[in-house]
Design a protein around this ligand. Structure first.
Ligand SMILES: O=P(O)(O)O[C@H]1O[C@H](CO)[C@@H](O)[C@H]1O
Ligand SMILES: O=c1cc[nH]c(=O)[nH]1
Length: 235
């Protein structure tokens, strides 16, 4: 057991899906896993382990933001030996041609967080996805006919910015979308020599101001879950 997870040793699989929303973790477990067992209840941050197509897999909510998610990712890697960590999250589009409900695979993640300034000072670390997971996820998404974008994203510490248009600085450099965890996940994966990927569904649009409801975000973004599961575990 660790400080924030009360799973028994061995109860969490090597492959873990990581939604920010603990209720999305419950939905994933109940919809996609066979015989899911609730392995974490600490702080209501649901975590489950079951099987998918006969292979063991876990899903663990991380909460919102790099600070919260890095706690769970650190404990999953160092206390439970997890090796493949795949974030499945929602994101806001920065680009006119990246539409609501499109899939974004985060090849790399910029951040306005201080996590890597603390580590590297004035030198910049580039947090990137595992190439094998990224390639498999892209092939699966394309085979299934999902509109899929691969590229750079922004992991922001701030959801509500004083200046709404600040996103254009990043959009001008081709950054596809904003979420709040991937840069922390990729940094920890690099530090510990494990594999990580972030699969996102666009839930809202900073250019067009389109939005989805909380219920849609929680329940209906199943394509990214199946892409993540099949990329991690093989079809
Ligand atoms: O849908 P999740 O996985 O929570 O991800 C996105 O949604 C939250 C903000 O609403 C942040 O956690 C952001 O990264
Ligand atoms: O962090 C996030 C997630 C979804 N949509 C946003 O605009 N930001």
């Amino acid at each position: 057991m660790s400080i924030h997870l009360n799973a028994e040793p061995g109860q969490i699989a090597e492959t873990v899906l990581l939604p920010g929303d603990p209720l999305r973790a419950k939905h994933i477990a109940e919809t996609f896993l066979t015989d899911p067992v609730l392995h974490n209840t600490v702080r209501g941050m649901h975590g489950y382990t079951g099987t998918y197509k006969g292979k063991r897999v876990s899903v663990q909510g991380t909460g919102m933001g790099i600070a919260s998610s890095m706690i769970y990712v650190s404990e999953l890697i160092t206390q439970y030996g997890c090796k493949n960590l795949i974030r499945v999250g929602t994101a806001g589009s920065y680009q006119a041609d990246v539409h609501v409900r499109d899939i974004v695979l985060a090849q790399a993640a910029c951040t306005d967080s201080n996590i890597n300034n603390i580590r590297f000072g004035a030198k910049n670390f580039a947090p990137i996805a595992d190439f094998d997971l990224l390639m498999r996820a892209y092939q699966i998404a394309r085979e299934r006919g999902h509109t899929t974008h691969v590229g750079n994203i922004m992991s922001s510490d701030t959801f509500y910015h004083d200046d709404f248009d600040q996103y254009k600085i990043w959009a001008d450099f081709g950054v596809l979308a904003v979420e709040m965890e991937a840069a922390g996940l990729y940094t920890l994966a690099a530090k510990h020599g494990v594999k990580a990927l972030t699969v996102l569904t666009i839930s809202d649009h900073l250019v067009t101001r389109e939005e989805t409801t909380a219920e849609e975000r929680q329940l209906t973004f199943n394509a990214m879950i199946e892409i993540a599961l099949d990329a991690a575990l093989g079809e």
